[in-house]
Design a protein around this ligand. Sequence first.
Ligand SMILES: CC(C)(COP(=O)(O)OP(=O)(O)OC[C@H]1O[C@@H](n2cnc3c(N)ncnc32)[C@H](O)[C@@H]1OP(=O)(O)O)[C@@H](O)C(=O)NCCC(=O)NCCS
Length: 176
Amino acid sequence: MLERHVTLLSGEKVLIRPLKVADAALYPDFLGDVTPEDLRLRFFAAMRTVSPELIDKLIHYDPATAMAFVAIEEQNGRLLGVVRLHNDDSGENGEFAILTRTKLKGHGLGWLMMKHMIAYAKDKGLKTVRGQVLGENTTMLQMCGELGFHSTDDPDERGVKNVELPLIEVPAEAVS
Ligand SMILES: CC(C)(COP(=O)(O)OP(=O)(O)OC[C@H]1O[C@@H](n2cnc3c(N)ncnc32)[C@H](O)[C@@H]1OP(=O)(O)O)[C@@H](O)C(=O)NCCC(=O)NCCS
């Protein structure tokens, strides 16, 4: 359940597995292949690069309240994408965030990583998986819709959509 071998639409074999502290060494190459525009869609702030402090925070999360999965290209060990899930204060819901290499967009990796994260959340007994997506991020909003997320306008942040997937609505076979 924690690890899964998948094949992208373009044929690359990929291992999805929990993030390890040693993966910090893979981040510079990974982030070097992510455009500032994609960083903005992920972090909701303009940035040309990700600071070492933020990378450190992303790597050293508390496993009691959060989980992160990385996608590793099996042929060469490159980091291709990361999906994270952080529990809310109740511990019943998880908030996700996802980022893939810009050049790899449309190869099916985001979809496979989202499904992996949803399967993990369902298996863990969480009630919902939630996320915030910028309104202009039509690819992500469409993908969330296809995965069964409900989308509403964020009441506090203009231009931001809240997406929510009640895990009870996700059939077990949909994430196996
Ligand atoms: C958003 C993001 C994660 C999407 O990842 P991706 O790998 O490009 O997405 P995929 O290739 O898996 O999916 C894209 C498309 O294929 C569809 N798709 C992929 N695999 C599929 C499958 N097996 N079955 C059905 N549909 C599938 C998706 O619905 C989507 O449809 P479209 O191409 O018609 O728009 C990625 O572009 C990214 O990192 N963007 C920047 C950061 C960001 O926006 N993060 C989200 C906010 S946290």
